[in-house]
Design a protein around this ligand. Structure first.
Ligand code: FUC
Length: 755
């Protein structure tokens, strides 16, 4: 470590951004044996997992709109009749009976939502003419290219794969360093109902329909179309394959599309779409396709650099570094993990596509864990935590689009299930924007999911300050808030306004079930929603009367309460010590500290101390995302070493897989994003009307440099440090605004530099 620091110190002085750029690679010395070793590429819509086999290459393909089912209405008309009785039972403490009634009468039909599904595989089979030498497989985060290189029989082979956001195709280039040495057969396979045919000697087409699920018939058509372009050699068609022999190099262009136009309209023409994408892409030579893709990726990716030092372990393949991360001494891997999170967000969430699912864009199964959909009681929100601080705010576009689309079905659910105005979404949604409560009362009867998503809408404004954007999303936020004006009820003891029925996500209380009235998290989320609507209506100069209602209702919400053990109460009652799963993975009631800023160590020290106690009671051990959330919480409590301890848990098996994907278990991408935002929170925080530099720097990172983090108010922040102390910093904004900076316990007001 000392040596590494010396190297870094020299580097910081001479500005080594370039060296770090070259270092931003995941690499391996053998092909992927299993899916969680393969490397992801994606353009927000088209994704591939690249396996890198020498004898057979497998590209497992996804398209963001290929889900099961079709447009459907999961409302339950009998739910509303049961609502008064469910509320009465809960307020009388008859939780088991309430649970039974809700389960019997108030859940969605069907009880589950639709899964996200794969397109299938493109497989290339190569003849083998000798032993393999110098094999290397890598994911170049800076170029967004997966690369495989090896030598067989004295010939050096290079494959490159990327998914272009510019040309909307996956580009797969193969080259050999001697002429006429490239031979392979390309074929496709899929678990979907589909057929594959070679339409001509250079074109493979796979077309089919999506699956039925939970009684909802498949309504989508899809097509994947591959064009094989060669330099030299011959291309011939088999029945369902294309073979290339004696080529110098080859470029495969892969297009895929479905008939999905939006959540109500499936009348698209995937054949016309794939033909159009290919017709455009074939006009560009490979190096131009590559240049355009790299330029578009780097425009966003290169905004942020993080240098925590060069470490000895960089010589090891990435899976070996992951296996050893908890031993310490590899801060560079933490920087790589941070940038991998940014890479993943850029690759799975771009304007025009769907939001990041539980697996981002990458899923090989027809029945993935939790359907690889949008679980909005933590997971989807966590996916977007790094978007603003890690300077990729544009990546929130698909999420904002989805939340906007939830208004219509969510208004129906509000009306039919709750007899209320506004809109509601419970703990999950899917491609079809289903909003009713699913799975069962233990998980699904939670009306605050849509309200939490509205925080992401507000954050986009909070970081960027774009009033036109705010005017566009304010009606969405207002509708979510209206639902609570209509459904909050007075609890009998203190006359506070609370949600009922609801639950503290997935946690059972001492009544033996989870359904209850007024869980702390709900009050916190609704407090944020009302506050953000109040501020938005003031900024936009609209809705004075409605604003007064939000102000009045906010004042009557149940407050954060400190329980007998000194903890922040998870529920209205002081139940925490008796709860059957005191170390539950969810830390829902701590939402007030992070991602919200209702609780801060300096602003509300007693409540922050109660959060600290609750975190200790919960313990560190949790699922991947559970650990990811805890990192952000400890960073907000300004305890960098504890945050780092959790980061080490997150970045080590079993929570990190060989390809650096997070594991819940199994693979679930939220932990990657929670870890990424956690690192940003350790280095810079901006939620308390000031920019705090290195608020939670761990001892493990004595020396480093970060550039381009984004702070609320449209600021960009660069920091360099040594021996744990800031040596220089730069804060910039478009209009050189004044800003309060906190550094080593002191604050000062400075004029920011020009962006
Ligand atoms: C919530 C979590 C689970 C899992 C699922 C997708 O239900 O409690 O751990 O992450 O979402």
């Amino acid at each position: 470590m000392l040596l590494a620091c010396a190297v870094l110190a020299a580097g910081v002085a001479s500005g080594r951004a370039e060296l770090q750029t070259q270092d931003l690679k995941l690499w391996y010395d053998k092909p992927a044996g299993q899916w969680v070793e393969a490397l992801p590429v994606g353009n927000g819509r088209l994704g591939a997992m690249v396996f890198g086999g020498v004898d057979q290459e497998r590209l497992q393909l996804n398209e963001g709109t290929l889900w099961a089912g079709g447009p459907y209405d999961p409302s339950s008309p009998e739910a509303l009749k049961a609502l008064p009785e469910a509320r009465r039972l809960i307020f009388e403490g008859k939780y088991g009976e309430a649970h039974g009634l809700i389960g019997g009468k108030m859940m969605a039909h069907p009880l589950q939502q639709m899964p996200y599904e794969p397109v299938g595989d493109l497989k290339l089979t190569f003849p083998r003419n000798g032993d393999v030498a110098d094999y290397r497989r890598e994911l170049d985060l800076d170029a967004a290219i997966a690369r495989v290189t090896y030598t067989v029989g004295g010939v050096r082979f290079v494959r490159e794969v990327f998914s272009s956001p510019v040309d909307q195709v996956i580009v797969f280039h193969l080259a050999a360093d001697k002429p006429g040495q490239l031979n392979f057969t390309a074929a496709m396979a899929t678990p979907q109902k589909a057929t594959v045919e070679a339409q001509s000697p250079d074109t493979l087409v796979m077309g089919g329909v999506n699956a039925e699920a939970k009684g909802i018939p498949g309504a989508l058509k899809f097509q994947a179309r591959v064009r094989v372009l060669t330099q030299g050699g011959r291309t011939t068609a088999g029945k369902d394959s294309v073979s290339v022999s004696g080529a110098d190099s080859a470029t495969l262009l892969i297009a895929a599309a479905t008939s999905y136009k939006n959540y109500k309209d499936v009348s698209g023409d995937p054949e016309a779409l794939t033909q159009a994408y290919l017709a455009k892409a074939v006009r560009k030579p490979f190096d131009i396709l590559r240049r355009d893709q790299v330029a578009e990726h780097q425009r966003l990716f290169r905004r942020v650099s993080l240098d925590l030092g060069v470490t000895e372990q960089a010589k090891l393949p990435t899976d070996q570094r992951i296996a050893r991360f908890a031993e310490g001494h590899d801060p560079q891997l933490a920087a790589l993990y941070f940038q991998f999170g940014r890479y993943l967000l850029l690759s799975c969430s771009r304007a025009g596509g769907q939001p990041a699912t539980l697996q981002g864009l990458w899923n090989e199964s027809m029945t993935p864990p939790w359907d690889s959909k949008y679980t909005i009681n933590i997971n989807t929100e966590m996916n977007y935590w790094p978007a603003e601080p890690a300077n990729l705010g544009e990546c929130t576009a698909p999420l904002i689009q989805m939340v906007t689309e939830l208004v219509e079905p969510g208004s129906r659910t509000a009306r039919v299930n709750w007899g209320a105005g506004g809109w509601v979404c419970h703990h999950n949604t899917d491609l079809w924007r289903a909003t009713a409560p699913i799975d069962g009362p233990t998980w699904g009867f939670w009306p605050t999911g849509g309200a939490w998503l509205c925080k992401s809408l507000w954050d986009r404004y909070d970081f960027g300050g774009d009033k036109q954007y705010l005017a566009r999303v304010y009606p969405v936020m207002k509708g979510a808030a209206q639902f609570f004006l209509d459904t909050l009820v007075e609890e009998p003891k203190h006359k506070w306004l609370v949600t009922c029925p609801s639950l503290s996500p997935e946690n059972t209380h001492p009544g033996g079930v989870s359904v209850c009235a007024g869980p702390t998290m709900d009050s916190q989320i609704i407090r944020d929603l009302f506050s953000n609507c109040i501020r938005a209506s003031e900024i936009l100069g609209v809705d004075a009367d409605l604003r007064a209602k939000f102000v009045a209702a906010r004042a009557r919400l149940a407050p954060n309460q400190i329980g007998k053990a000194g903890q922040l109460q998870e529920w209205l009652e002081d139940w925490d010590m008796q709860a059957p799963e005191i170390q539950h993975r969810h830390v829902s009631h701590l939402y007030g500290l992070y991602p919200s800023a209702q609780i801060t160590p300096r602003g509300t020290p007693e409540l922050a101390a109660a959060v600290h106690k609750s975190l200790q009671m919960r313990g560190d051990d949790a699922t991947g995302w559970g650990v990811g959330w805890r990192i952000n919480l400890w960073a907000r409590l300004l305890d960098g070493d504890h945050a780092y301890k959790l980061l080490a848990m997150l970045m080590t098996p079993p929570r990190t897989l060989p390809n650096m994907f997070d594991s819940c278990p199994p693979f679930q991408i939220d932990g990657n994003f929670g870890g990424c935002s956690g690192i940003a929170e350790m280095l810079m925080q901006s939620h308390a009307s000031e920019i705090e530099l290195l608020p939670a720097l761990p001892k493990a990172w004595p020396l480093g440099r970060v550039k381009g983090l984004r702070a609320r108010g449209g600021f960009e922040v660069d920091i360099a440090w040594q021996d744990g102390k800031v040596t220089s910093y730069r804060i910039a904004s478009a209009d050189r605004r004044k800003v309060t900076v906190r550094l080593s316990g002191e604050t000062k007001v400075i004029k920011s530099e020009r962006l």
